[in-house]
Write a protein that binds this ligand. Structure first.
Ligand code: KIV
Length: 292
């Protein structure tokens, strides 16, 4: 038996059980190094299709493919061990039929080992959500602003800022809960509406530009780290990594040009004559400090 303490990953039922309890902390991550950090502090890591905009510089999430989600999902699973990893199904991989949705979800879960998937849409996706859940796929819903629908909605504007617009958004959130989703993202909706939906439905609401009353919160990691050149109003910048990275890159470029980097401590001297010894092992890049 292993002497190491076993770390159990959180599951979709664990997150569902948190309704009305301790806030659920969620961030996006798309790669192993950030997943390792996020995993220490968050309950849920979302491999969002926002990776298309953040990693690939796309204008919208529409061109994101299932292959892209699987690749980054793998990386996040390797970098994490405790949080529930939820992977977005991208535009075009689930809307055509319940069967298409199941095939995409099954591929993502089998190939990455993630614990749940997320799909956008309320009432229109309810039947699909029920179909997936009945077949062993935990589903996180996503209502309010649904960025994959950008070409029909026309802009990334907040939803439900007039009370007359509330009913369809409430109906969407209820439909997702009734269909068996274990949680639902509420994106960019008026604060009182986020509060009201959270009080009405029996599954955790995860807010992003919704309300502090939501059962949990999510942000795109690069937005909250200050790396994204533009970020929506609902983002608080908890860090300023952009200027820090720029400073480091500028210093590197200056030192390379001045030939002050690499210094003696970053180079390999010849072994002293007559010294026997083992083979010098180079560290894998990005895996830790260099050994002599
Ligand atoms: O793709 C994503 O990162 C998301 C969050 C914004 C909720 O769906």
């Amino acid at each position: 038996m292993s002497v190491q303490a076993e770390v159990r990953r959180l599951t979709a039922p664990d997150i569902l059980a948190r309704k009305g309890g301790e806030p659920i902390v969620c961030l996006t991550s798309y790669h192993a190094h950030t997943a390792r950090i996020v995993d220490s502090y968050c309950d849920v890591i979302l491999v969002g299709d926002s990776l298309g905009m953040v990693m690939h510089g796309l204008e919208t999430t529409v061109p994101v493919t299932l292959d892209m989600m699987v690749l980054q999902g793998h990386a996040v699973m390797r970098g994490s061990k405790r949080a529930l990893v939820v992977i977005d199904l991208p535009f075009g991989s689930y809307e055509a039929s319940k069967e298409q949705a199941f095939a995409s979800a099954a591929r993502v879960m089998k190939e990455t080992g993630c614990g749940a998937i997320k799909i956008e849409g309320g009432r229109r996706m309810a039947e699909t959500i029920a179909f997936l859940v009945e077949r062993g796929v935990p589903v996180m819903g996503h209502v309010g602003l649904t960025p994959q629908a950008i070409n029909t909605i026309g802009s990334f504007r907040a939803q439900g800022r007039d009370e007359s617009d509330w009913a369809p958004i409430e109906a969407d959130a209820r439909a997702v809960a009734d269909a068996g989703a274990f949680s639902v993202v509420l994106e960019a909706i008026a604060e009182p509406l986020g509060r009201r939906i959270t009080a009405q439905i029996p599954i955790p609401t995860i807010g992003i530009g919704a309300s502090p009353a939501c059962d949990g919160q999510v942000l795109v990691l690069e937005d909250m780290l200050g790396l994204s050149p533009r970020a929506p109003k609902f983002v608080k910048r908890f860090g300023e990594l952009g200027p820090a990275i720029e400073r480091a890159v500028r210093n590197y470029a200056e030192e390379v040009r001045a030939r002050t980097f690499p210094a003696a401590e970053h180079t390999y001297p010849m072994r002293a004559k007559g010294a026997s010894g083992g083979v010098t092992t180079l560290p894998e890049r990005g895996k830790g400090p260099a050994r002599a």
